[in-house]
Design a binder for this molecule. Structure first.
Ligand SMILES: [Cu+2]
Length: 210
C-alpha cells in the first residue's frame, strides 16, 4: 500500500496513518465544537440550552458514524495482521536459534550464519526456537515481532521487496547483554543469494519441517 521493504510494512504504516488521521480530525472537530458551544450557550449572556432529547436524526448520526469508523479501523488492522500471521503456501524456511545473547540462522542445506540472508521477493518462514530464556525477534523496518520461546516453535513470515540490510533486535529482556542482542537481515537479489547459498532458495510447503 505504501512504499516499504515488505508489503506488510506498507499495510501497517497505512493503518497507523489512517487511525492517527481520524483521531486528529475528531480531536480538532470536538475541541472546536466545545469552544463554540461555550460561547454560544453562555448563560450569563442569557442564552438558553436547546432540548435535544429524542432527536432521532442526531442519535442515528452519532451511533452510525463512530460505529463505521471503528469497524473500518478493525478491518484494516485485522487484514494487515493476517498478512504476517498466515503462512504463504510455499516459503523458504530458515531456522532461527536464540540464546543469551545472540541469534543464529540455519538453512535447509545445513548452512549456518549469524546474519539472516534472504533472497528478495521470496516468502520467508522463520522457525524460531530458544535454547534458554524467552527472547523476541523484532525487525522494526518490516513491522514484525514475535516471541522466541524454549518450549515451542514460533513462526514469523515476511516477503522482502527491497534490497538492503535491516536491523534485527531482541525485544524481550533476556539478561545482562540483552541490549547488545542485535543482528541484521540482509535482503539480496536472487543471483547474489544463490552465489552465497550455493543453490537457489528452495520453497517448502507448510508443515514439511515441523
Ligand atoms: Cu534476547
Amino acid at each position: 500500500m505504501f512504499p516499504a521493504p515488505t508489503t506488510h510494512a506498507g499495510s501497517v504504516d497505512f493503518v497507523m496513518l489512517y487511525i492517527v488521521s481520524i483521531s486528529v480530525v475528531l480531536l480538532l472537530g470536538i475541541t472546536a465544537t466545545m469552544i463554540y458551544f461555550v460561547f454560544k450557550y453562555n448563560r450569563k449572556k442569557g442564552h438558553e440550552p436547546v432540548d435535544i432529547h429524542g432527536n432521532l436524526w442526531l442519535e442515528v448520526v452519532w451511533i452510525l458514524i463512530p460505529t463505521l469508523l471503528v469497524l473500518s479501523m478493525f478491518y484494516f488492522g485485522y487484514t494487515s495482521y493476517r498478512e504476517f500471521r498466515d503462512r504463504p503456501d510455499e516459503a523458504f524456511v530458515v531456522k532461527v536459534t536464540a540464546r543469551m545473547w545472540h541469534f543464529s540462522f540455519t538453512y535447509d542445506n545445513g548452512r549456518k550464519s549469524d546474519t539472516l540472508y534472504v533472497p528478495i521477493n521470496t516468502p520467508i518462514d522463520l522457525e524460531m526456537r530458544s535454547m534458554d530464556v524467552n527472547h523476541a525477534f523484532y525487525i522494526p523496518a518490516f513491522r514484525i515481532k514475535e516471541d522466541i520461546l524454549f518450549s515451542q516453535t514460533n513462526h514469523l513470515y515476511f516477503t522482502p521487496k527491497e534490497e538492503g540490510a535491516y536491523d534485527v533486535a531482541c525485544a524481550e529482556y533476556c539478561g545482562l547483554n540483552h541490549s547488545a542482542m542485535y543482528t541484521k537481515v540482509v535482503v539480496m537479489p536472487e543471483n547474489k543469494f544463490t552465489a552465497w547459498f550455493g543453490a537457489p532458495a528452495k520453497l517448502q510447503k507448510a508443515g514439511v519441517n515441523n
